[in-house]
Design a protein around this ligand. Structure first.
Ligand SMILES: NC(=O)c1ccc[n+]([C@@H]2O[C@H](COP(=O)([O-])OP(=O)(O)OC[C@H]3O[C@@H](n4cnc5c(N)ncnc54)[C@H](OP(=O)(O)O)[C@@H]3O)[C@@H](O)[C@H]2O)c1
Length: 325
């Protein structure tokens, strides 16, 4: 096994995002110099204290410009792509551009610059999915492999952690709404995975040896946690920690899609028709696929992590259930 070490440089695209910031922290903790490629360098300033002075460097990148991508990748041993979107908007925010073209262009830049490793974040079950999101993810995987065949691809199920947009989003909704929708009856299965385990998986792909059975080059890993839960059970788990039980109203997929068509007109939509479509496919590992255990990682359970952040949503806050003396 090769050890990651000092004097190595990594570029993390989307390092300002939910998963990316955890990847940046793990790289910095290993003494690696990290270039955080971002459209808005100021949005990466909060990552600077993860390393020593000058170790974590926000790097302005215009994703539309190949020269800008090449500059972001130049001199890096490791490149990680954590850029992604959940919905399309207008002419520029398109799955095709962000999930297919961009990863392929980053992969081409990696090849041209001689980067050692390229790790890309895709999504669980994208090869079975019928949504535009899933289809773009699988197309992106194919496109980037054509440019950099030694890339490693990670496909997480829904990712949870203190700053997630999943449990936090439902928790916020439950604060303002007495009812919550059970889209498609709430039968869709998920295998929630802790963001720290996803970051560890990125590190494992970067540091594994290029020879032997542990070789992650050109491989795809599905990242799922220890629990498989239905959409209904996700709500039940949420209510357990927030102590805000809500009525669950079953919505057939077609009704949810009609509602989503209205909601997706919002500047930052709560739900889109494409997201409803994605709920038709279980978000769990397929039999025989490589996973976290193949990277030497034992996944953390929701029961261990959720108590750290969901109790803040209780009526009166984290200590709301304690009587004042
Ligand atoms: N979170 C999950 O539950 C989950 C589950 C499965 C797969 N994934 C995949 O894992 C990757 C990282 O997910 P995440 O939740 O960390 O993503 P995120 O926080 O929503 O976004 C990651 C980064 O993408 C860039 N970005 C956002 N909108 C963009 C746009 N319109 N054009 C270009 N860049 C844009 C931003 O970087 P800058 O603003 O710095 O440029 C942002 O920091 C994505 O590919 C996602 O599909 C996530």
């Amino acid at each position: 096994m090769t050890m990651m070490g000092k004097n190595k440089v990594a570029t993390v695209f989307g390092g300002t995002g939910f998963i990316g910031r955890h990847v940046v922290r793990e790289l910095a903790a290993r003494g690696i110099i990290v270039k955080v490629a971002t459209r808005v360098p100021e949005s990466a300033y909060f990552l600077r204290p993860c390393g020593s002075v000058g170790q974590v460097v926000p790097f302005a990148c215009d994703y539309k410009d190949d020269e800008s991508i090449a500059a972001a990748v130049a001199g890096s041993d490791y490149v990680v792509n954590c850029i992604g979107i959940l919905y399309e908007k207008g002419k520029r925010r398109k799955f095709e551009k962000i999930h297919v073209d961009l990863p392929a262009r980053i992969a081409a830049a990696c090849k041209a610059s001689g980067a050692e490793r390229f790790v890309h974040l895709s999504a669980m079950a994208c090869e079975r999915g019928t949504s535009k999101y899933a289809k773009s993810k699988i197309e992106g995987e194919k496109a980037l492999f054509e440019m950099f065949e030694g890339a490693s691809i990670l496909r997480p199920s829904v990712v949870f952690g203190e700053d997630d947009d999943f449990f936090n989003m439902f928790a916020k909704l439950s604060r303002i709404s007495p009812v919550l929708p059970l889209i498609g009856g709430g039968h869709t299965k998920f295998q929630p995975v802790f963001v720290g385990d996803v970051a560890d998986a990125v590190i494992a792909c970067l540091e594994r040896s290029t020879v032997g059975s542990g070789n992650p080059l050109g491989k795809t890993y599905e990242l799922g946690g220890p629990d498989v839960v239905t959409f209904r059970e996700v709500y039940e788990t949420l209510f357990e920690y927030t102590q805000r039980p809500r009525a669950l109203v079953s919505l057939p997929f077609w009704v949810a899609k009609l509602e989503a068509r209205l909601l997706q007109l919002m500047p930052k939509p709560l739900l889109t028709a494409d997201q409803v479509e994605s709920l038709k496919t279980d978000n769990v590992m397929s039999a025989g696929e490589l996973g976290l255990s193949d990277l030497g990682i034992t996944p953390q359970s929701m029961q261990l992590i959720l108590p750290h952040y969901l109790p803040a949503y209780r009526a009166g806050g984290r200590f709301g259930d304690k009587k004042l003396a």
